[in-house]
Design a protein around this ligand. Structure first.
Ligand SMILES: [Zn+2]
Length: 480
């Protein structure tokens, strides 16, 4: 048997199964019980919130023999009885020629739409009421809108219209004012997740609660999207649908990984940022997707903060802003990974833009300490990593104050080589000093070209220092 999508199987069969729209299903059940149904409804709401499903339930109910019998007896109907799904009319509904459905956004010709609408003037073939369900009604041509307008102003007997739209502002006021408007709400995550779990149980699929919550969050209020996501995960998973399956199937980065990146940025721990972002890249996702996932995660965190009545969003906002501008820079760039990494790194140190910095004469004693730390670390790390040796070949230690070591390069290209090693060097420097040491990278064109190969690192450093004190002016701080 062909696989039937969950979206089809999860479609509501009675008004009681219309999830997240109880204000509508209750009102409709009352209207049906009191025989006060309108002949024209305008169903408004975001995609996947149940507009078309409701229109079908209503068309079916208008023709349901048991609903009709209850109305005749004056017996109030419960939502789960609307419609009955057992009578001839209900069972034949899907093939009924008296229910006309079409999507105004599809490529139907103006002529065809006209023909479909003109059939409203013909009596129903078998049903009590002939029903028209028109999706995306705001996409109809001017001519078609006029035909509908005429039909709902002076409706032929036994005809009902269900006009659905995602964009109420594009529906002409003349139509709006003649319809009973049903406003569909976004379905909350707290409603979608339990529904997915119930549905999975009914279908004998094991679904992890965390996985259901994640899908519910991604669906952003649309039950159809939630069911489509669940379907995709179901097709790819073995027996149980886990959070990991959801992440992998839908190409998502794990929340844990995202939280690691955010926590590292917040604690201004460059090494941790480097590790977390490297792990994220290893998942094979593009820098763009990672940046977007981080923004979504931060937005979720802000909502959680709101729920806890916390009002200071400056930290998450700062990260979101940086990610947004990085996303802009990434567009069309050949090095999106580096742009994202740099944007996050920059957040760990407050003032690292290209800004002009006056040269301060370094206190010799302090500077010597810094140099010793730096070259010891470089020497020990270079033993294992030749690239670090090459990257620091043209580096000058030009300052050491407030536990920040200034490392200068004559050219930006040289500084870029060093960029990947900063986190590592900082970690080792901090270990050696017994306190957190940061590195600030500076470009200074006035620096001498390195012509001191063959000298010991410290000797070279001392010589360079002497040159710098006398020569260097007008440094530019390098954006690392
Ligand atoms: Zn029925």
């Amino acid at each position: 048997m062909a696989y039937e999508a969950l979206y089809t199987r999860g479609r509501p069969k009675t008004l009681s199964q219309l999830i997240g729209q109880e204000h509508i299903s209750n009102a409709l059940a009352r209207a049906i019980s009191n025989k006060r149904l309108s002949h024209a409804y305008l169903l408004v709401g975001t995609r996947g919130t149940g507009k078309t499903s409701t229109a079908r339930l209503l068309s079916k109910a208008m023709n349901c023999e048991r609903v009709h019998a209850a109305q005749e007896e004056g017996r109030p109907l419960e939502r789960k009885e609307i419609p009955c799904n057992k009578c001839d009319s209900c069972r034949n509904f899907d093939s009924s020629p008296d229910n006309v459905e079409f999507d105004a956004a599809s490529n139907r010709s103006v002529e065809e739409v006209k023909r479909l609408l003109s059939s409203a003037y013909l009596a129903p073939l078998r049903a009590r009421v002939k029903t028209f369900i028109i999706d995306e009604v705001h996409m109809l041509s001017f001519e078609a809108v006029n035909s509908i307008l005429k039909l709902i102003e002076e409706p032929p007997p036994n005809v009902a219209f269900f006009l659905a739209t995602t964009e109420l502002n594009k529906v002409p006021m003349t139509i709006r004012s003649r319809c009973q408007v049903l406003n569909f709400r976004l379905i909350p995550q707290t409603t979608i997740a339990p529904y997915l779990l119930t549905l999975a149980r009914r279908l004998n699929v094991t679904l992890q609660e965390e996985a259901a919550k994640k899908i519910a969050r991604l669906a952003e209020g649309s039950m159809r999207d939630a069911l489509t996501y669940l379907d995709q995960c179901y097709a790819m998973s073995d027996k149980e649908i886990t959070l990991n399956d959801v992440n992998e199937t839908l190409g998502l980065i794990s929340d844990e990984n995202l939280d690691d990146v955010i926590a590292a940025v917040k604690s201004k721990d460059r090494a941790a940022v480097g590790n977390a972002i490297t792990r994220a890249f290893r998942s094979g996702l593009s820098a763009n997707v990672i940046a977007e996932s981080l923004i979504t995660r931060l937005r979720d965190m802000e909502f959680e903060m709101l729920n806890r009545d916390e009002k200071n969003f400056s930290e998450p906002d700062r990260i979101i802003d940086a990610l947004r501008s990085a996303t802009g820079e990434m567009y069309g760039s050949g090095i999106p990974d580096i742009i994202l990494e740099m944007a996050l790194m920059k957040l760990t140190a407050p003032s690292q833009n290209f800004i002009a910095m006056p040269v301060q004469a370094p206190t010799t004693e302090k500077l010597d300490e810094g140099k010793k730390f730096f070259y010891d670390v470089v020497n020990s790390l270079s033993a294992e990593d030749m690239r670090l040796a090459a990257a620091t070949d043209n580096a000058f230690v030009t300052g050491f104050s407030n536990d920040t070591l200034t490392v200068s390069f004559k050219a930006e290209s040289m500084a870029r080589l060093f960029k990947n090693h900063i986190a590592n060097c900082e970690r080792e420097l901090s270990k050696k000093a017994g306190r957190a040491i940061k590195i600030s990278v500076v470009i200074d064109e006035k620096l001498p070209s390195s012509s001191s190969r063959g000298m010991s690192e410290i000797a070279r450093a001392n010589l360079d220092n002497a040159k710098i004190v006398f020569n260097a002016t007008g440094e530019t701080k390098f954006n690392d």
